[in-house]
Write a protein that binds this ligand. Structure first.
Ligand code: MG
Length: 399
């Protein structure tokens, strides 16, 4: 007998500083349900409405087995397609259907994809601090815990000090000075490399905050520090500039957390403009498109480094890990440091040991949610400040 979708709901919760959206798909088979990550934290209520008001009526009664068919139809069901709200909504459903298929098969999702290529996934964690010495201390602390990959940032995204005064009457905002960022970050990298040695793999995230020509220079300047990769050197709007970066430096490049259209990842892959694709798996529409991208990356010699900070939910981290364990194109996995409450609310959340991320090999995604505990931590709406970024003269700039 066909197992069908009976209910599609969104669980909004906030165990820490990030609002999370989890989709729960309940089936016609008693006790069988799946979970998926739909976390677009800055527009969480829009995603919830997209799932519950627009996707759910179209999904109820469908065969849970038909993941690909459902994904293809969900993407064009509203005729106009893509975009972060719809992609995240579809991801929540898609990951839940993979979870359900795994539970039905008695297999973890990585087995459905083709089985493990590795036993654990290398992760990188975030080190930052107000001074180069603080960053180096933080990196050394991670090395002592067994981590082999660390992202290094000065003062969060870097360059907190302004090199020129703001004009009178400048509006409030998260001020960012590209000139001091470049100078201070290079000084920080030199200090960190000198103090922690050559073995540790270092990553840095530019967060697309430089003009394209400054970005070319910066990528050349950091070559000396042998980064594992330099992330988001350019904005998605400036992809053509990667040609110029590529022609001038061997610094490995990673890109993709803001991508939400297939043309974006296809362009950088087929022209080999970057080394690592690091899309946010829910932002690209879930496991169904991500596994295709992993295969595309592999055929062009690129590797994956799926986006994995705290605004990926624990369910999303579990999905990332299944892709990581299976794909031959896996490079490294970004990892946040979950709280005790995260582990309590999401039983089965992957764990790190000696710098490797491990899952539990249970059927499906291997992760669950304590819905009572989730309800006890409701989302708190705020007006985001860090995305209201400004240059020293007060003009708006991409965050
Ligand atoms: Mg990033």
């Amino acid at each position: 007998m066909t197992t069908t979708i009976e209910r599609v709901e969104v669980i909004l919760t906030q165990p820490g500083h990030v609002r999370l959206a989890i989709v729960k798909v309940t089936t016609s088979e008693p006790g069988l349900y799946g979970l998926g990550c739909a976390t677009f934290t800055q527009r969480i209520h829009a995603v919830a409405a997209a799932v519950e008001r627009h996707l759910a009526p179209f999904l109820i009664g469908r065969d849970v087995a038909r993941i690909e068919d459902t994904w293809q139809q969900a993407m064009v069901h509203g005729y106009w397609r893509n975009g972060p709200v719809l992609n995240n909504a579809i991801s929540g459903v898609d990951q839940a259907l993979w979870d359900i298929k795994g539970k039905q098969a008695g297999m973890p999702v990585h087995d459905l994809l083709g089985g493990k290529c590795r036993q654990g996934a290398h992760v990188y964690v975030h080190a930052d601090g107000p001074t180069p010495a603080d960053v180096a201390d933080s990196v050394q602390g991670y090395i002592d815990q067994g981590f082999r990959y660390v992202r290094i940032q000065l003062g969060g995204y870097g360059g907190t000090a302004l090199s020129v005064p703001e004009p009178k009457g400048a509006p409030d905002g998260a001020y960012f000075d590209p000139a001091s960022y470049r100078r201070d970050t290079l000084e920080m990298m030199e200090h960190v490399r000198h103090h922690v040695g050559a073995e540790i793999e270092l990553v840095h995230d530019v967060h697309e905050r430089l003009t394209p020509s400054d970005a070319v220079t910066f990528a050349k300047d950091v070559e000396a520090f042998r980064l594992f990769f330099l992330e988001d050197l350019l904005a998605p709007e400036d992809l053509e500039w990667f040609e110029r970066v590529r022609s001038q430096t061997s610094t490995p490049l990673a890109m993709g957390e803001l991508f939400n259209h297939p043309l974006e990842w296809r362009t950088v892959t087929e022209r080999r403009l970057v080394d690592f694709l690091r899309m946010h798996v829910s932002q690209m529409g879930g496991i169904t498109p991500a596994r295709k991208v992993a295969d595309l990356a592999h055929s062009f010699g690129l590797r994956t480094a799926w986006h994995g900070p705290s605004d990926t939910s624990p369910v999303g981290h579990a999905a990332n890990l299944h892709l990581d364990l299976w794909s031959p194109a896996f490079g490294v996995q970004e990892w946040y440091q979950p709280s005790a409450l995260d582990y309590e609310m999401f039983p089965g959340l992957p764990v790190v040991e000696d710098g490797y991320l491990y899952g539990n090999d249970k059927p499906g995604l291997g992760i669950d949610i304590d819905e009572e505990l989730a309800a006890a931590h409701p989302v708190r709406d705020v007006v985001e400040q860090w995305t209201q970024a400004r240059l020293p003269d007060g003009s708006p700039v991409r965050p």
